[in-house]
Write a protein of this length. Structure first.
Length: 283
């Protein structure tokens, strides 16, 4: 007997696979975070953030850190998605997922450490520079390592502008990246003790550049004036009183032995001994 076959309706088409949608969403978030990093970098440098007088800054390394962070978040999400997929299937773990997470985590920790060290030294030394110089808008700036590759700078310096027949110092003390790393190592890893001769010179740079910002242009005068603050600088940074006093005595002796000659009309007042000069402290 012939039976007519009733045609079955075609299966309803799925509106979309949720997994690809999630993947597209993650990719879009990743691209958005990367684009935001670039926009922040360009915009922040365009408005010249030094004029905001904040002890923190934003550079290429900061943008790279945010870029890596976006990849790290993406890797963690993908890793846990993979774990959720293989659990009901009793399948083995694909090693690419934990490898991706481990690589991005290592990169984030490495660049994050460098960025933290950079910002930490600026935030820590800015109040000292403002106190010594008497300039409330003064800043400590660790020069970025990438920029220093193409235009190497001195260990520390303050820029001057010449106008109307006189020099005017800026309110920013620039430090070489290696000097900032040395300050951080002394502060964090060395426990602010056993200060070496090289570290004494580096720590003196903080008060030395602050004296320049305060109006002393002569290098010789600044060399002597900065030693008046050495003990206070170390105490402010958390060194023990005995260590601060020891470093201050060595730094004063080094200043007396200093044989350079710097610009400025006050140079003639220097007679080879810092004690021959009046005190430059304003407190």
């Amino acid at each position: 007997m012939y039976q007519a076959q009733i045609p079955q309706p075609p299966p309803a088409k799925l509106l979309g696979n949720p997994e690809p949608q999630k993947s597209h969403l993650l990719r879009n978030l990743l691209l958005a975070a990367s684009a935001l990093s670039i926009v922040l970098l360009l915009g922040w440098n365009t408005i010249n953030h030094n004029h905001l007088h904040w002890p923190i800054d934003f550079g290429v390394q900061t943008a790279i850190l945010l870029f890596i962070l976006a990849f790290l978040i993406h890797s963690v999400i993908k890793f846990f998605q993979h774990l959720r997929e293989i659990k009901p299937k009793q399948e083995g773990l694909n090693p690419l997922y934990p490898f991706y997470t481990a690589v991005t985590l290592a990169a984030f920790l490495g660049v994050g450490y460098l960025e933290f060290r950079h910002q930490f030294v600026q935030i820590t030394t800015t109040p000292i520079i403002r106190k010594i110089s008497g300039v409330d808008t003064a800043l400590a700036r660790c020069d970025r390592a990438m920029a220093n590759l193409f235009a190497p700078t001195r260990k520390g310096y303050v820029q001057y502008e010449y106008a109307d027949g006189q020099y005017t110092s800026s309110d920013i003390a620039h430090f070489h990246p290696a000097a900032c790393a040395d300050i951080f190592n002394w502060y964090v890893w060395q426990g602010k003790t056993n200060t070496t001769d090289y570290q004494i010179h580096t720590l003196d740079m903080i008060s030395h550049e602050a004296v320049h910002i305060g109006g002393v242009r002569s290098e010789l005068i600044a060399k002597c004036a900065s030693t008046e603050w050495t003990e206070d600088v170390l105490l402010f940074l958390g060194a023990k009183p005995d260590e601060a006093k020891r470093v201050a005595e060595i730094n004063r002796k080094n200043a007396n032995d200093y044989q350079g000659r710097g610009p400025g009309s006050q140079t003639s007042a220097y007679e080879g001994n810092c004690d021959s000069l009046p005190s430059f402290r304003k407190d």
